[in-house]
Design a binder for this molecule. Sequence first.
Ligand SMILES: [Zn+2]
Length: 145
Amino acid sequence: MNCPYCSNEMSKVTDKRSSPDGTRRRRECLKCKKRYTTYEKISKEDMYVIKKDGRREKFEKEKLESGVVKAFEKRPVPKEKIEKIINEIEEQLRKRGKDVMSSVIGELVMKKIKEIDNVAYIRFASVYRGFQDVQDFKDELKEIK
Ligand SMILES: [Zn+2]
C-alpha cells in the first residue's frame, strides 16, 4: 500500500498485531515519515459441503461450532480446548480442497472429540450417526472402553 500522505511506496513496519481475522500493521513512510495503519484480512475462500444426497451447501463454521459445543455441554473441558479443536477441524478440512463430503467432516469431528472426551464423543456420534437402536449405542460404548 502506498503512503496516504505522499503516495510513496516504501514504508517500514513499526508494529504488527495478528488476530484470527487478519494482521494490523503500523507503518512509517520512509519518505515523509508520517505514520499510518494497514490491515491485511485473511481471505477465506468459500468451501462447500457435499451432502449424502448430492446437495452442495456452503460450509458454515457456525454449524460445526454449535454441533461440537453441544456435544461438550456440561463436560469438564475448557472452552479454549473446544475452540482449538474446532479451528483444527476447519484447518484440516480446508486443506482437502474446496469441496468436502459431509461424511468426511462427521468422521473428522468424531475423531477429534474422541481424543478429548468419551462422553462428548458418544453424544456427538449418537446425533450424527442417528443410532438405530439401543444395541447400536451399546456396541459403540463397548468399542471405546
Ligand atoms: Zn509518505
